[in-house]
Design a protein around this ligand. Structure first.
Ligand SMILES: Cc1cc2nc3c(=O)[nH]c(=O)nc-3n(C[C@H](O)[C@H](O)[C@H](O)COP(=O)(O)OP(=O)(O)OC[C@H]3O[C@@H](n4cnc5c(N)ncnc54)[C@H](O)[C@@H]3O)c2cc1C
Length: 454
């Protein structure tokens, strides 16, 4: 029996059986063994999803989010105890089709995006069409929660998936058909254990990255032009100010010389400083954000896409572990939503809760291929709100942001891999396919993921 915890250390499963397959056959063996021993299974990648990917209750602490090991039978009748299948040993690139009009690569589920990106660049001069702000997720983990980057022309990573091979509860490993694929691209581990994922990819592109300080919401007036001129567009909004870093990235020629002005180390130092301040004197955070935007210089660099995205190194990300929630809403509602966000930051401050991390504002093109995808509008905008795990008061603030984003005037939906307190709607078609693929509910069901913690 062993333990597993996720990246933010909010979710911890103790007293579970852990499988670490390195081949397709070992993944099949793990599923068969778990089924024969009546173990409820959660398949995991890098553990970068937050919480249980589900509801939290006031006062919940890390240990309470465990699967049934702590409370046999509480999750699903018929299964006792719990098992986690760790997929990091499944990391090979299985096939590359470079000649097809639509280039594709087939990769084992547990390959980490960063390593897969590097291999695709080094050996094949290919790249993933989009990337989030970290690349430490596994390919199956990233698609399972509909991980996205930012740009009006870019869909989520799962939307570029053309094939999935999955080990089902009965121990068979097979390629899913088109109908099943629509459920499996974004499935939160509820259908079975993904063995491989085939992605549509592109030839390597070079990106020209430019970061500059702008006023918000004023700069929202320029978004149509930003979208027209750039492949990637995003903001980092500095709370308590009317400023944001605008990040623009457009494809460019490899010989275009890049000017490298600001070290990533600077971002790291800023993050550490704000984290420290939030612990010792949170009421000074508004002052720090206001001063931090003074004299900020532009940043400009050029490189192959996988060296530009993500911009922030993993060590920077690991320095300040966060609780993170992301709400998605129609792009047309951006201004109203931003006003609500600012009101929420002010209301929290009035209650003595201070936000110590900028808010990420992003844009995602409509998802066409996944039943569970929340990117349902022609263009989605989103706010990611972050709160250091070392600071006090995140839940009150997140609940207030969620309440405002769910208001019918905004009509928001939660990012499925991040904290949310409202259970999203699970379409009947998804449930139908889930019952066909996993009739005995051996893998986590919506009830397991979205159960309320007493
Ligand atoms: C620092 C940080 C930055 C992030 N940035 C972004 C971002 O820019 N954009 C964005 O959209 N999200 C972002 N996320 C969220 C992250 O992309 C998702 O939570 C993603 O699902 C994590 O992938 P993982 O490999 O860690 O999967 P895990 O967290 O281990 O698992 C996530 C889900 O996938 C399922 N799963 C994993 N592997 C398999 C498999 N082989 N078979 C079946 N199911 C499986 C799990 O059961 C679970 O439901 C970020 C997270 C962190 C911590």
């Amino acid at each position: 029996m062993a333990s597993w915890k996720n990246w933010s250390e909010e979710t911890r499963h103790d007293g579970i059986k852990v499988y670490e397959p390195t081949t397709e056959q070992q993944l099949i063996d793990a599923v068969n063994d778990a089924r024969d021993n009546h173990l409820k299974v959660r398949v995991v990648g890098s553990g970068h999803a937050w919480s249980n990917i589900g509801l939290r209750k006031d006062g919940e602490d890390a240990g309470n989010a465990s699967p049934p090991a702590a409370d046999p039978g509480a999750v699903s009748p018929g299964y006792r105890g719990g098992a986690v299948i760790l997929t990091h040993g499944l990391k090979r690139i299985l096939a590359v089709d470079r000649d097809a009009a639509r280039k594709t690569v087939k990769i084992e589920a547990g390959a980490v995006l960063a390593e897969a990106s590097e291999k695709l660049y080094d050996e094949y001069r290919l790249t993933f069409p989009t990337m989030g702000d970290t690349d430490r997720q596994t390919v199956a983990g990233a698609i399972s929660t509909d991980t996205h980057g930012s740009g009006a022309k870019l869909r989520s990573l799962a939307d570029y998936v053309t094939g999935i091979e999955m080990v089902l509860a009965d121990g068979t490993c097979r390629a899913l058909d088109d109908r099943e694929l629509k459920a499996a691209r974004v499935s939160l581990g509820m259908l079975g254990a993904i063995y491989s994922v085939t992605f549509q990819v592109t030839n390597t592109i070079y990106l020209n990255h430019h970061r500059t300080l702008v006023r918000v919401p004023d700069d929202f007036d320029n978004l149509d032009a930003h979208f027209h001129n750039n492949r990637h567009v995003e903001y980092w909004y500095f709370p308590y100010t009317d400023h944001a870093d605008l990040m623009l990235r457009e494809t460019t020629h490899p010989t275009n010389p890049g000017i490298y002005l600001i070290e990533t180390e600077q971002l790291r130092a800023e993050g550490r400083f704000l984290d420290f301040l939030g612990r010792v004197r949170p009421s000074a955070l508004p002052w720090a954000f206001k001063n931090g935007t003074k004299g900020r210089r532009d940043e400009h660099r050029v490189g192959p896409a996988h060296t530009i995205l993500p911009l922030v190194s993993q060590s920077t990300v690991d320095d300040v572990k966060t609780h993170t929630m992301e709400y998605l809403f129609p792009y047309e509602k951006l201004r109203e939503a931003f006003e609500q966000l600012q009101l929420s930051i002010t209301a929290a401050r009035d209650d003595g809760i201070y936000v110590g991390i900028p808010v990420h504002i992003r844009f995602i093109k409509q998802s066409r291929n996944s039943l569970l995808s929340p990117y349902v509008w022609p263009l989605t905008a989103s706010f990611s709100v972050n709160f250091s795990t070392k600071h006090e008061g995140f839940e009150q603030w997140f609940r207030d942001v969620e309440r405002r984003m769910l208001d019918p005037s905004i009509g928001g939906r939660p990012h499925l891999g991040k904290i949310h307190f409202k259970k999203p709607d699970i379409p009947a078609e998804f449930e139908e396919i889930r019952k066909e693929l996993d009739p005995g509910e051996m893998f986590w069901s919506p009830e397991d993921i979205y159960r309320e913690i007493p």
